[in-house]
Ligand binder design. Structure first.
Ligand code: ADP
Ligand code: MG
Length: 327
């Protein structure tokens, strides 16, 4: 059934929540009105030992940072401001007090960096392996919330930053290769930096039609935007910025660069759509400066399907992002 099939099944069991629930299951965060014109954004993400991290190459401090950062990224992707965090920790008895303190140092550093203080949580025992679950509550102006479903045909597909680094970081750590030679990638994988500031700029002065953060890979996230906006797309693979370390790593291993571009998960860049007119307006006014934005494709009619162009040829864009129950 796959992770997304399972979530869809759960979603159908809770078809009509209360009228104040503007968006329930299905986006980066839930959107609930708490007073006229204001919404709270709610999101939660868990990291499980053996699935999302391995202790031998994950410093506890990085684990703490990452668990909070990935939730902040979901709030950013909705165009909101993260406000408060709750942390639930399931711990096996192999963890020392010092390990737990390091974990919380990481959480604290991230909380300070993004202005999202820890306000509570829960601590339980785990028979085997650690699990860290973080919930973040954020808020936004209701009219400025950006969903996955607002893209229109002809909109440009844009992203912040570059791809590949997180996947390289993971592979370097897994293979025991020299971390110092791929410092940027390892750092990016262990302690991702959510694009909160960029998201704020994008929704406030500029306006985007849909947005998502890249947690499962470019193909997978574009798939969400297409499906939820009822559209197709054309991605130009050569336009997608790739990190220099990804090029070096893939060349050294004699591997194709494509998976580092299209399938690298946990990058936590923003992927969004914007009308061509709007985008050109930004460029004229210089609004896109310092945002590291790149146009990587265009939204098309649904009947065209999801396509990717590589070296002048067009291929179907296949869904091979990280899907928990799909492989
Ligand atoms: P992301 O990759 O942004 O973290 P997910 O794929 O985890 O997003 O979740 C997609 C949507 O499904 C979100 O709205 C999330 O709240 C919802 N969701 C995921 N798992 C469950 C679950 N077990 N019960 C209810 N909703 C869920
Ligand atoms: Mg997300």
């Amino acid at each position: 059934m796959g992770e997304f099939g399972l979530i869809e099944r759960i979603r159908r069991m809770f078809d009509e929540p209360s009228p104040s629930v503007i968006l329930g299951i299905g986006d980066d965060a839930a959107v609930c009105r708490y007073q006229p014109g204001r919404v709270m954004l709610l999101t939660t993400d868990a990291l499980v030992e053996g699935v999302h991290f391995h202790r031998q190459y994950t410093p506890a401090k990085s684990l703490g940072w990452k668990a909070l950062a990935i939730n902040i990224s979901d709030i950013a992707a909705m165009g909101g401001v993260p406000r408060y965090a709750l942390v639930t920790l399931a711990l096996p008895d192999t963890w020392t007090v010092e390990d737990v303190e390091s974990l919380y140092e990481g959480i604290d550093q991230c909380a300070l960096a993004y202005g999202c203080p820890l306000v509570g949580g829960d601590t339980v025992q785990s028979p085997d392996g650690c699990m860290l679950s973080v919930t973040v509550l954020g808020d936004a102006d209701e009219r400025k919330v950006v969903t996955r479903s607002g893209a229109r045909e002809g909109d440009l597909i844009c992203m912040t930053g570059e791809m590949g680094g997180a996947r390289v970081g993971l592979e370097v750590l897994e293979s025991g290769a020299d971390k110092k030679r791929f410092r940027h990638s390892v750092g990016r994988f262990l302690e991702p930096k959510p694009r909160l500031w960029e998201a704020k700029r994008l929704v406030e002065g500029m306006g985007v039609s849909s947005m998502i953060d890249i947690s499962d890979g470019l193909t997978s996230e574009i798939g969400h935007l297409c499906r939820q906006s009822g559209l197709g797309c054309l991605i130009q693979e050569e336009k997608v910025p790739v990190s220099r370390e990804a090029v070096r790593w893939s060349e050294a291993r004699g591997e194709a660069l494509t998976p580092y571009i299209l399938e690298s998960g946990e990058e936590y860049e923003l992927l969004f759509t914007v009308s061509k007119r709007q985008f050109e307006g930004w460029q004229e006014k210089g609004l896109d400066r310092n945002l590291e934005l790149t146009v990587v494709g265009v939204m098309m009619a649904k009947s065209r399907g999801m396509l990717v162009q590589r070296r002048g040829k067009t291929y179907p864009l296949s869904m091979k992002g990280w899907d928990h129950f799909g492989r």
